[in-house]
Design a protein around this ligand. Structure first.
Ligand code: BES
Ligand code: ZN
Length: 874
């Protein structure tokens, strides 16, 4: 393994910049392989008198550099430009040449489908010009763009358009000015041929804002849903957070080649086309839901991220965690709180919990990093959002709103820290919030134990809570964290039960566990209770309740907290699947409980679809030690098949009772109905291998697929045929391909559906697909569709021979050569090798070592491979 691991950057080394750049003028002369960028920066010293000016810059060809109009000596390395001696106040002019056409890192200025676009967060601006590329360097921007009119009719940047006009030789220009101070990671530029979907909105103070969504030509109608989501987001942020939009123009551009989902550049968001374009025939309900939440997320950043930005990248969660929490609140208001919460927790468990228990575990505010790109993680996003949620639960909704108002007012126009965020809560409550800091500085998922004793004569219940956080790499000792525990009691039949707590008679209460453990006494508890702990998942912890095996069934039957009702079903399924021997009685009881749920007219369809979903294989792996992926896969399938057999008549009746939709509406009730209908089909087909009515099952799946009038049902039909395999499956895939061969976003689905099939020949198929003419590793959407789809396919990826790991290694190394950021994101599936049983463990470790030993590895991939291979918690 290589040992030249690059030097990490440490939070404890933070110092304010030596210079300020209050104004930044940029002039772009666009040409595919030789774009000229002229920068005119006003610079003032705020640090020591002898400090040199050190600017960041990568892959720039310096043409000219002047201070106050005079040529000046500078020293240029691969990463910096240094001028040893500069005045206290001066104008720095530079001119560089860059090559957007051949920039396949998709960072800085690059070309996608003949269009120019930029991605600067986190440290991409330095690939555009020499600059103080750090988030605490705030500047006002004026940007001039010149390009040929033909091919580039739209020239866009942040802020307001001041001027545009024609030049000689068929060229034209546009001049933009952003009146708000911003860090350079929020800079954006787009130039090209685009269609515009336009609308306007009136803000709460009566200003009219022009809204423009730019998409590929011919795709205009597919921007309608994004526009609708944008307008709802803008209204919601006014009503719920009192946040008004601050420019007269808000633009979004959709691009096909993008390393992530979307980016919140000031006044000019840039989106991965997959998270913006939607119509019923090409987008699933999940796509619509995701588009709504990402539109909201990037828009909400205008306050949480742009008006108040981050002092340094260690504070990334200040904007990301808060903004995820805000977009989750929006989605919950749009689509229902219980269902939204369940989906968020599923995502947290699928991505964040594994990360937090493995070698890549890191605090929400890390103390060091090599490449900040590697820290856009589930921990920073999802756990970061959970912390904000706990703070809100703790102080209550009204005080939370006051605290956020205070935070925005006190830090507007500045680059802030997590201390500033907690200080806002302190300011409005007068309380000390420093204990909450441990949630930000400490890695690992806390374990919460709950136990109880009931005194039947005295009608009292003694409840004990205890917390412990396991050691994580570099952090052996853990502090206690405040844990908000929302809880209630049920009767043995699953009805809600009242109790007295803190003087109040209630059916639900909130307790904040502040120390390692605590005991509380509830009185007036009339009958032996069943605990319902951590309602609405009030804290991101692993809960263990000491209770009788039947208590989960009481919650399954009737917990008024929908989250815990769903959770009880997940827990029961886990117990069944991970048992050494199948327990027929338990399976019968579980099937009965499920039957009661899906036939209950008081429950909504979206909830029914969720409660029918068994825990994923990766979630189950978290509860097995050592992990045996084949065991999990087999037992999970067996349970599905058993449920399918026991519930078949109910499933079929319900399925028939829901008519196939012939009109499409993306609203959550309609989407819930489609989700439920597809879940019914899925569970019916799950017993295909053991079924006597195979022909009936094939006919059901084929007609579902064949008659589908929207993408959700088409995918549902294809997934059902995945159980069948063979000709019916292949025919459906071919039909799908022929119909959508000119729709890249749908062909992405075609790749990922095949990569996700749990078939014995999936690895061969995926290898073949990697040679398909439509496969293109340079387009992250297409590459992720195949390779990430495959790496998430637990039973196939973890093939005992290690062939799945080898394929992933080849792909990571191939993509690392030109797009390190995207390549690095797929190292994680190999990282938790120590938790697996043989031979998986050794094979995964070998795969990681192959990566780490590869020549010319990027810093991004090297950092993750090296961390994953580091010996136990050192
Ligand atoms: N600021 C990020 C975009 C970003 C991600 C920049 C990674 C640099 C590195 C943006 O606000 C974001 O968080 N996007 C998410 C989607 C969001 C809804 C969670 C993304 O791109 O995955
Ligand atoms: Zn974000």
């Amino acid at each position: 393994m290589r040992t030249d691991t690059p030097q990490p950057i440490k939070l404890s080394d933070y110092t304010a910049p030596d210079f300020l750049i209050p104004s930044t003028e940029l002039d772009f002369d666009l040409a595919p392989e030789a774009t000229r960028v002229r920068a005119r920066l006003t610079v003032t010293r705020q640090g020591p008198a002898n400090a040199p000016l050190v600017l960041m810059g990568e892959r720039l060809r310096l043409i000219n550099i002047r201070i106050d109009g005079q040529p000046v000596e500078s020293v240029v390395t691969d990463e910096t430009l240094t001028i040893a001696s500069v005045p206290d106040q001066f104008v720095l002019e530079t001119e560089v040449e860059i090559d957007p056409l051949n920039n396949k890192t998709l960072e800085g200025l690059y070309m996608s489908s003949g269009r120019y676009c930029t991605q600067c967060e986190a440290e991409g601006f330095r690939k555009i010009t020499y600059y103080l590329d750090r988030p605490d360097s705030l500047s006002k921007y004026r940007v001039r763009i010149t390009a040929p009119r033909s091919g580039f009719p739209h020239l866009l940047s942040n802020g307001n358009l001041l001027e545009k006009g024609d030049l000689d030789d068929g060229r034209h220009y546009a001049l933009w000015e952003d009146p708000f101070f911003k860090p350079c990671y929020l800079f954006a530029l787009v130039a090209g041929e685009l269609d515009v979907y336009e609308d306007t909105i009136e803000t709460v103070s009566g200003r009219t804002v022009d809204l423009k969504i730019y998409v590929d030509t011919g795709m205009k109608t597919r921007a309608a849903y994004a526009m609708d989501a944008l307008k709802r987001s803008m209204k919601w942020d006014e009503e719920v957070y009192g946040r008004e939009y601050d420019l007269d123009l808000f633009m979004i551009v959709a691009v096909r080649d993008f390393n992530f989902g979307a980016m919140e550049n000031k006044g000019l968001n840039i989106f991965n086309a997959s998270l913006l374009l939607a119509d019923p025939t090409t987008a699933t309900d999940a796509d619509y839901e995701r588009i709504e939440s990402v539109i909201a997320h990037e828009y909400f950043h205008n306050w949480s991220g742009n008006r108040v930005t981050c002092r340094d990248w260690f504070q990334l969660c200040l904007k990301e965690g808060l903004t995820v929490f805000r977009d989750q609140g929006f989605s919950a208001d749009q689509r229902g709180h219980a269902v939204a919460r369940i989906k968020d927790v599923k995502a947290l468990r699928a991505r964040q919990f594994p990360e937090d228990s493995g070698p890549l575990a890191h605090p929400v505010r890390p103390s060091s990093y090599v490449k900040i790109d590697n820290f856009y993680t589930a921990t920073i996003y999802e756990k970061g959002a959970e912390i904000v949620g706990m703070l809100k639960t703790y102080v209550g909704p009204q005080v939370y709103r006051q605290a956020l108002d205070h935070y925005f007012a006190a830090n507007d126009g500045t680059a802030a820290t997590l201390e500033d965020f907690l200080a806002a809560f302190e300011a409005v409550t007068g309380e000390d919030f420093s204990p909450w800091m441990a949630w930000y500085t400490q890695a690992g998922t806390p374990q919460l134990r709950a136990s109880s004793t009931y005194d039947a004569a005295a009608h009292t219940l003694t409840l004990t809570f205890a917390q412990a956080t396991p050691a994580t790499p570099g952090q052996a000792q853990k502090a206690v964290v405040p844990i908000p525990i929302r809880f209630g009691l049920l009767s043995q039949d699953g009805d809600k039960q009242m109790f007295r707590h803190d003087g109040h008679l209630a059916s639900e209460a909130l307790h904040i566990l502040r120390g390692a453990d605590t005991t509380i006494v509830l009185t007036e508890v009339k009958s032996p209770p069943v605990l319902s702990i951590l309602r609405h998942f009030s804290a991101p912890v692993l809960l263990h309740i000491e209770e009788s095996g039947n208590d989960a069934f009481a919650r399954f039957r009737g917990d008024p907290d929908a989250f815990n009702r769903w959770e009880s079903a997940q827990g029961l399924a886990k117990r069944i699947i991970l048992a050494e021997r199948p327990d027929a009685d338990l399976i019968d009881a579980f099937a009965e409980g499920l039957d009661a749920c899906i036939t209950d007219e008081n429950l909504d369809d979206a909830f029914k679809a969720l409660i029918m979903g068994l825990p994923t294989e990766s979630d189950l792996a978290q509860h097995m030690s050592p992990i045996d992926p084949a065991f999990i896969h087999k037992n999970r399938n067996n349970l599905k098949s058993a449920l399918s057999a026991r519930l078949f008549d109910t499933l079929r009746d319900l399925y028939r009772s829901i008519p196939a939709p012939n009109t499409f509406s993306p609203d959550s009730v309609s989407a819930g109905r489609r989700a439920f209908r597809n879940a019914l089909l899925d569970l019916m087909l799950a017993r295909y291998n053991n079924a006597e009515n195979k022909d009936e099952l094939i006919a059901l799946a084929e007609s579902h697929f064949g008659q589908a009038t929207n993408m959700t049902d088409m995918v549902g039909g294809l997934l059902a045929l995945t159980y069948v395999q063979g000709t019916p499956y292949q025919n459906a895939l071919d039909t799908f391909y022929d119909r959508f061969r000119n729709e890249p976003l749908v062909i992405d689905k075609w790749f990922s559906l095949q990569a996700a099939a749990a078939h014995p020949d999936t690895l061969d198929r995926v290898r073949a697909l990697s040679q398909h003419p439509d496969f293109d590793a340079k387009t992250p959407n297409r590459w992720r569709a195949l390779v990430q789809g495959f790496a998430n396919n637990q039973s196939v990826f973890h093939a005992p021979g290690g062939g799945g790991y080898q394929f992933l290694v080849e792909q990571i190394l191939a993509v690392d050569a030109f797009n390190p950021m995207t390549a690095a994101r797929l190292v994680e599936p190999l990282s938790r090798y120590r938790f697996y049983t043989s031979p998986y463990r050794e094979n995964m470790q070998t795969a990681l070592q192959t990566i780490a030993a590869a020549p010319n590895l990027s810093k991004n991939v090297l950092e993750l491979a090296a961390r994953a291979l580091t010996e136990e918690h050192s």
